[in-house]
Design a protein. Structure first.
Length: 257
């Protein structure tokens, strides 16, 4: 029988910028998980790497997902609790069903975060006249099922702090996907601009080959990244961006093993 083609569609609740679903097949080629029990993502974002790894290896690993974006982590924590997530979903449907520009601009905090990314940014313009709201039903969203069915915990601290915590644990694999060194994406909260560069300073001052844990970084290739990681083993692969740019670029998988 012919093998079923594996697809890597977005598992997250909304289209999370920079998620690695399309890169996962190339990342997978560079993995060495021998002896590993725990997967750590210091900059988890959509959690696509852990999601697809768990799909390949059900119930095999413990996952620790961390992100400095507290709203994102709050959303993950809500996913774990069926009753609270259902209440949250009902509340968001109530907010969104008759939302106009004035009401949208008055939203704050976690509600604004969710409505902005789930309802606003995926439309051409802010609530066009021909837009009819369809209530969301997220219970079957793949990332929700991953969070509930696998051994997953969450935190919201600086990514470098998490790496420091697990760097000398030989049973840990750290998947490091920080915000890119020369790129800015408005999807990220301002706090990223203050903290994301820490990882590059940290790697400059610390030799990853001294870690007892295994670590893999996936980064867009540029002159500075190439110089910074010159001494490490790495593999290169192509990426084409979707959307208006259709830009082609090179990515690097950088490892300490």
């Amino acid at each position: 029988m012919p093998q079923k083609k594996i697809t890597y569609n977005n598992p997250f609740i909304f289209s999370y910028s920079g998620n690695k679903r399309k890169e996962y097949p190339e990342i997978k080629k560079s993995l060495d998980l021998d002896g590993v029990e725990t997967i750590v993502e210091p900059f988890c974002g959509s959690g696509a790497f852990s999601f697809f790894l768990a799909r390949d290896n059900p119930k095999k690993y413990k996952y620790i997902l961390n992100d400095i974006n507290e709203n994102l982590i709050k959303l993950y924590e809500l996913m774990k609790d069926t009753e609270k997530f259902k209440t949250f979903q009902d509340e968001m449907n109530e907010v969104a069903k008759d939302l106009d520009k004035q009401k949208y601009n008055a939203l704050e905090g976690f509600t604004r975060y969710f409505i902005h990314h789930k309802i606003h940014t995926i439309r051409n313009g802010l609530f066009p006249l021909n837009y009819k709201y369809k209530p969301i039903d997220l219970e079957k969203c793949p990332i929700v099922q991953f969070v509930r069915n696998e051994n997953v915990t969450f935190s919201s601290i600086d990514g470098v702090e998490l790496i420091e915590k697990y760097r000398d644990n030989e049973k840990v694999f750290i998947f490091c996907d920080p915000p890119y060194l020369l790129s800015y994406n408005g999807f990220y909260d301002d706090i990223y601009a203050e903290t994301s560069v820490n990882i590059y300073e940290y790697i400059y001052k610390n030799d990853l080959r001294d870690f007892k844990s295994k670590i893999l970084l996936t980064l867009e290739k540029n002159m500075f990244v190439s110089l910074l990681f010159d001494k490490y083993k790495k593999t290169e692969f192509d990426k084409r961006y979707t959307g208006n740019t259709k830009r082609k670029c090179k990515f690097l998988n950088i490892v300490n093993y």
